[in-house]
Design a protein around this ligand. Structure first.
Ligand code: ZN
Ligand code: FE
Length: 255
């Protein structure tokens, strides 16, 4: 039986995610931005929280853990602490580890850069990737703790996943990302198409996730730092992709 995934807003622009295994009734929350909307989503479905899969230590991803753990006695799976500790973790995971949610299995992919501890969870059988603040739709996370080459390597790991992989990212930043990306690639047809789609989704108050790896390869400028026309567009023709990526990220920081 395939997993059921629910998407709902948390805080000002975070996504809340539940993944549920109908066979065993196990349910995981990916991160815990805040307890209230996660509890509401669980109650709407009649599900009980068994696991929280944490991606990184930022408050908008761990703030709801304590309340959820008190209420559901759920297991908290998290990366190893690198800079700031993640509260109430029961299990620590690293690159290549498998996390079970009932019969569902997530593969841990280390994706440092935004923070040093950042990991992503790939449910291969579901073609579903939860990548929080590493890869956004038409964007990527700010590089706070790592380096640009480190973040670029992390993005390459995600870009190498099958094209049909559905991306569930940490924030609803897509509209602003599209605007920025069009500034660099105004004539990218895939990006122009995505821009129209995003305008419609946001006007209908619908989330812009999930998106597909295959599409992001075509329309996400941050995944395209090794495309010659993108390097040229930021004045770095012939330069290493990590440098081009760093330049694009800097421009976004200052946009
Ligand atoms: Zn973050
Ligand atoms: Fe975040």
């Amino acid at each position: 039986m395939t997993a059921e995934i629910r998407v709902f807003p948390c805080l000002s622009d975070n996504f809340g995610y539940l993944i549920h295994d109908p066979a065993t009734k196990a349910t995981a929350s990916i991160d815990a931005p805040e307890a209230g909307p996660i509890i509401s989503a669980l109650e709407r479905e009649g599900w009980t929280l068994t696991d929280i899969l944490v991606t990184h230590h930022h408050q908008d991803h761990v703030g709801g853990i304590a309340e959820l753990k008190r209420k559901y006695k759920c297991r908290v799976v998290a990366p190893y602490d690198k800079t700031t500790p993640i509260p109430l973790a029961d299990e620590r995971v690293k690159q290549g580890d498998t996390v079970k949610v009932g019969n569902l299995a997530a593969r841990v992919i280390e994706t440092p850069g935004h923070t040093l501890d950042h990991i992503s969870y790939m449910f291969d059988s579901e073609h579903a990737l939860f990548c929080a603040d590493t890869l956004f739709s038409i964007g990527c996370g700010r590089v706070f703790e790592g380096t640009y080459p480190m973040m670029w390597e992390s993005l390459l790991k995600l870009r190498a996943l099958p094209d049909a992989t559905r991306i569930y990212c940490g924030h609803e930043y897509t509209a602003s990302n599209v605007k920025f990306a069009l500034g660099i690639e105004p004539n990218n047809p895939a990006l122009k198409k995505r821009a129209e789609e995003v305008t419609k989704l946001r006007a209908a108050n619908k989330p812009t996730v999930p998106t597909l790896i295959g599409d992001e390869k075509e329309d996400n400028v941050f995944l395209r730092a090794d495309v010659p026309s993108v390097a040229a567009a930021v004045g770095l023709a012939g330069k290493p992709a990590a440098d081009v990526f760093g330049e694009i990220r800097e421009r976004k920081n200052n946009s």
